[in-house]
Design a protein around this ligand. Sequence first.
Ligand code: M6R
Length: 606
Amino acid sequence: MCGISAVTGREDVVTILYESIRNLEYRGYDSCGLGVVSNGEVAVRKNTGGVEEVNKKEHLTHLRGTTGIAHTRWATHGRVTQANAHPHSSTDGRFSIVHNGIINNYEELRSDLKAQGAAFLSDTDTEVMAHLIAKSYEETGDVEKAFVAAIKHLEGSYAFCMVTPLAPGEIYCARLGSPLVLGAGKSVNFVASDVNAFLQHTRDALVMEDGEYAVVSPDAITVRKLADGSLVRRKPIRIEWDAETSKKGGYAHFMLKEIFEQPQTLRNALAATQEGVARMAGKIRAARHAYLMGVGTTHYVALAGQYFFSRLAGRHLPVVSSDEFVDLAVVDSQDLVMAVSQSGETFDTRRGIAFAKEKGASTAAIVNVMGSSLSMGVDEVIMQGSGPEICVVSTKAALAQMVILQRIALESALQEGRMDKAAYARAHQVLQAFPEQVSAVLNERSGFVRNLADRTAGYHNWLVLGRGIYYPIALEAALKLKEVTYLHVEGMPAGFLKHGTLALVDQNLMSWFLVPPTEEKELNQHTISALEEVKARGGPVIGLMFEDDQRAKRLLDFAIELPKVDPLVAPFLQLIVAQLFSYFTALKLGRSIDKPRNLAKSVTVG
Ligand code: M6R
């Protein structure tokens, strides 16, 4: 969603502020702006476009000031226009704010405020807050009281930062339902949607919770409860992420960098707490129903987890997409709900967890972002340790989540006695050897994949097909290809094809098959049968297959041959190559790879 940032220091903070929204740009990138307290006012500059583009138009970096706010937007209310970009200010210009979230009752507030003389300049829900603060200030004559009183009128979700020349070195911020993290530096302090905004300056972060507000100055951070003003004492956490990881480091795009980082991502996922994995397996075993829940890519990750559990541990786990969870899941105190989330802030997934808690169920999560709402708000968490994922399109985080789910399934199989210790140890050897195999494939096959992507990028309609565990991989491959290329791509079980979708097949529809290894005889043969059905109807076929599969090779019009790996990790290898293929197709089509149109990294609204 939107990225918000605020900085206050003893010296000019404009460069820091500007860099902070560049680092948050993956949260939203249709417009942006910056406001600094300067000469008794808040100087605001904003416009439509990405951060660099707006800087060219508006010279954001020419502003000067020691306290300021900044925003990068993903539009929810109001079109993408200069007026709708943040910051928004009160009519007298004394209070300027940036916001992430949605104010549900903004229409009534707006008409009340208009009736009282407030001049609205935008169509956003956000602007009401600036006018509300100004109005409360008229009544209280106190900035903090005005800020708190204004917030209390709001219904919805928010993370706000506000600055005013009436308290020139201070940032006022509050959180309800949208993420907000405070960064504690030396004579400079930070507020932001996530730690990537300030990681270059400090790794000490204080995560705000819902219903709290804070007053931040260069030397002090005071957090209080909105309800009664009581002081909140919370120690900062140390963010163990390397700021360098959030830079492109010579790669043309973050997506490519993050795909190539995956050998290390795998090592980190394999190093993630064994005790945590064993505890999670125990919790799943103890639960009557253990639900897996995610949305978008993490829904497909959860589906992959479902296959691991069925096949390895003999346990069927219900999987429900987070956005449907409340309407579909039936949970009570005997159940466990386990969420999967890169950001740990996704609205739908947090809503599902809140619902599970309400019903008395235990909760758990696999999460990447340290200090995120989900990581702090569930009974049991496994931090996947993938480091910052900047590209809006998820790659390395999804792979790590699948590997962790496979580890939990293996552990469950061991605990259940379905797998003996020798088989369990063998599986772990396979996993340990995998990062090297991934490095080799990335280094040796990328050129070939690129070449093929160039040749097939002209197809506008695609099916991605897989069976068994390759079905969720096909769904994820389809999502990758569609979100980064804007092509029409549908993922589907290969066996489902003949039940209707076959009607679409002709020479213009490209079918992309994920062919399982030949060791998985039935899966392999059934997939190839579906492939033949497409060929028989004149449809072009591209396939990801393993080297010894002569039958698949004969049938495919375009084949990406992969070195043989153990069937346990074969779906992961196909996923990685599918990511690479999607990247190169998008490159050929000239797409905005790291920030595809209309998307945002972290969807914190419902
Ligand atoms: O941060 P989360 O993992 O909870 O995000 C879930 C989805 O919004 C996310 O996976 C989305 O589908 C991405 N665009 C996938 O590339």
